[in-house]
Design a protein around this ligand. Sequence first.
Ligand SMILES: *Cc1c(COP(=O)(O)O)cnc(C)c1O
Length: 366
Amino acid sequence: MKWKQQLFGMKAYQPGKPIEEVKKIFGLDEVIKLASNENPFGSSPKVQQFLQEQQTNHAIYPDGYAQSLRTSLAKFYSVAENELILGNGSDDLIAIITRALLYPGVNTVMADLSFSQYWHNADIEGAEVRKVPLKEGVHDLDAMLAAIDEKTSVVWVCNPNNPTGTIVSDEALSAFLAKVPEDVFVVLDEAYIEYVNDPSYKDTLHYFREYPNLILLRTFSKAYGLASFRVGYGIAQPEVIAKLDPVRAPFNNTVLSQQVAQIALQDQEFIESCRVANEIGKKQYVAFCERHGLNYFPSQTNFIMFEVKADSNVVFEEMMKRGFIIRSGAALGLEGYIRVTIGTEAQNAKFLQLLEDVLTEQGVFA
Ligand SMILES: *Cc1c(COP(=O)(O)O)cnc(C)c1O
């Protein structure tokens, strides 16, 4: 068959092992997943209540334009309805952008380490991928600018960055945007925006009005706690949205997902409480790292990447045996580190206690 050449040797995204499977393999009663940066507090109680009471007719296709959710989002951000595009998670939007703008002969610039879907999708389209190493854990925007040439179609800025949790300052971002050529599309992936507390960060919403070559990506999967529903969205000028929209599948958000996202958006009190709890949790990890002299990346998100001074795959396996699923740094491109989603205070305390045992076993602590 006439498969695309680039599919040979490619593998599907490798997600963390599901909780039920880990329970079975290791004979555990309880397994806590701190691997995919989901919200440990679930979602707004208003969503739970709605789900118990709703009586959706599942025989009817969803509204492909997601009108009701679109109106809510437009109000929430004070943007026009035609400045929004909805995706089946922001993963869907990453694929849509890639399909619209990348093909053999053009290239795309991104950070290394960053979110794997940028290069995975670019590889499928046969575009050249240019990975620019992080500088002290942060996007090196000057080096990314230098990597851009006349064949560059898309530049990805993951802010805050997954997997390091770091952020580029507003000053650096604003200087970067001013220098990117007008015909290069910039994606600002802000999946963790709700968790940011760095004072050097300012709201980025105004940038999409200043730059017709920019899209902001946000999601209901992380702080809103709706990862299973798959709702993400992009904010860009109407001309950009009009180009991307034909690439989108006609019914890419389900009826229920549109409804719960709309309800969740209204409950900003829930988001605020998660933000507060996340700060407390983050301090538990930072204190652990400082006490043990382990390097960590300053996180602006609900996860933290830090050094374990041991084989990260071994630490990953040992923690899994003890009922915690995390991400090995080796799988994310940084051996000797792990990435852990910040859980509830009790989950973090238990995790760190077990990690201390594992690292002692591994001979890390004298
Ligand atoms: C989780 C994540 C996404 C994808 O989120 P969905 O909306 O669930 O598809 C996109 N970008 C980054 C950086 C993420 O961490």
